[in-house]
Ligand binder design. Sequence first.
Ligand code: ZN
Length: 65
Amino acid sequence: MTVSNVRHNEMINKKRRPRLCACRCGEMTFEGEFCEGHDVRLYKAILSEVGGLIELRRLVEDKLG
Ligand SMILES: [Zn+2]
């Protein structure tokens, strides 16, 4: 196997490596950080948790100063 083949395989493995969905649903995803649609689900869950987009902005601004 050549060096460029190894690099190529590493790239594929990195992309294909299963990981836990970042929304903490416990499902595995093979593409990106989230299962399909779970990023939107997390976004909506966060919004409803803090009470809306304006509240979220206020929290972030408080946190970041
Ligand atoms: Zn998820």
